[in-house]
Design a binder for this molecule. Structure first.
Ligand code: PLP
Length: 370
């Protein structure tokens, strides 16, 4: 590690996770979701690793994210889950990026962009089966289908997919899962009745892909699982391995007397003479300010509590009489093999999910891909 901190990303772990997921969900295919800079792991390297592991599709949210992958030479089928600006549709279509549409208006805008570009857009029609986020309600679904059928007949689009998204797939047994599956089945039947035959049908995210076999259809959209994370209770199964380790080097070590107030607001006071170590990452790097006092930093084979307020760029550890030195490495999270915290533990402890921890790692923390 050359810099103050580093997020090490094991690309072979990403490939291995995707390979294991492909096996788990077969005959369904895997779309590796690499939105939000590959959940903080680096979109382009994560995408390459996922494709190496067998991902037949990639998923992103914004057109800009899709174009970044295409510019990097990645020609895998690629779905833009939320292509917002119609001014971007032509670029996406030209780059053979599939677009999602959840309303008749959106189908028309994509079809117009395709007609303008003299190309056929590949569109995935999104049904809202109960999440109440993107997608057409089942009341609006027939008009979306009719608009798509007309655009298909006019040669401006092809319906590449019909899809939806769960509200509570990470809550095994939640009745909304069955209800959404039934609604999706209904949406597919209505589509078929309207003469729409999608190439792929997809509704499952990581939690559903792992836990709800009936949800796998042709394709599962796996974000967290790609990186060895899952939002299921208890986290991912042991055969998925976290790919990111966040580490830093102690920037300063000093001895201070007992009764010393530490960091902003002196919310921690040393109980006796002790050694303080400065870890040069803070909330601007993605370490939640709420982590004060938590035993979530690992060094010299053991856990250490964060002493006092997490600052924007740094946090302090009270190392007692441990012989730490400037330049020593501390681990903030990793796969957990040596007792270091995982992103899952950070999320559980802070009342959030591992995804928020890894996507929150700031841009100034260099990613090292191995
Ligand atoms: N599909 C959609 C529409 C999403 O928004 C997401 C992520 O939020 C995913 C799939 C991937 O979910 P997960 O990371 O839980 O696999």
């Amino acid at each position: 590690m050359d810099s103050h901190a580093e997020a090490t990303v094991e690309l072979s772990t990403i490939s291995g996770n995707v390979e294991a997921l492909c096996e788990h969900v077969a005959p369904a295919a895997v779309m590796a979701v690499v939105k939000a800079n590959g959940y903080g792991h680096g979109a382009v390297p994560a995408a390459h690793a996922a494709v190496d592991g067998g991902a037949a599709w990639l998923g992103v949210v914004h057109v800009a994210e899709a174009l970044e992958l295409r510019r990097a030479g990645i020609d895998t089928p690629l779905l833009c889950l939320m292509a917002i600006g119609s001014d971007q549709h032509a670029d996406a279509i030209a780059a053979s990026v599939d677009l999602s549409a959840g309303s008749a208006g959106m189908v028309r805008r994509i079809a117009a962009a395709a007609a303008g570009a003299g190309r056929r857009a590949r569109v995935h029609l999104k049904a809202d089966t109960g999440l109440s986020r993107g997608g057409a309600t089942l009341a609006d679904w027939p008009s979306v289908l009719e608009t798509a059928r007309q655009a298909e007949a006019a040669g401006s689009i092809v319906v590449a997919g019909v899809w939806s998204h769960f509200a509570s797939a990470d809550d095994p047994g939640n009745p909304s899962i069955e209800a959404q599956l039934a609604a999706f089945k209904e949406a597919l039947a209505v589509a078929e009745g309207a003469g729409i035959t999608p190439q792929v049908r997809h509704i499952a995210n990581t939690a559903a892909a792992l836990d709800v076999p009936d949800s796998r259809y042709d394709l599962v959209r796996v974000g967290g699982g790609t990186y060895g994370l899952a939002t299921l209770p208890g986290g991912p199964p042991p055969w998925l391995r976290p790919a990111m380790t966040l580490r830093a080097r102690l920037a300063l070590v000093k001895r201070v007397p007992g009764g010393t107030g530490v960091s902003y607001g002196h919310r921690y006071t040393t109980s006796r003479e002790t050694t303080l170590g400065l870890v040069p990452v803070g909330y601007a790097d993605g370490i939640p300010r709420a982590a004060i006092g938590l035993p979530l930093v690992w060094a010299r084979g053991q856990r250490w509590r964060i002493a006092g307020t997490v600052c924007m760029d740094q946090l302090m550890i009270d190392f007692g009489d441990e012989p730490v030195a400037e330049g020593d490495e501390v681990v903030i999270f990793g796969p957990g093999d040596n007792g270091e915290p995982t992103a899952q533990e950070w999320g559980d402890t802070l009342g959030t999910i591992s995804y928020e921890i890894v996507t929150g790692i700031g841009a100034r923390v260099p990613r090292a891909h191995r």
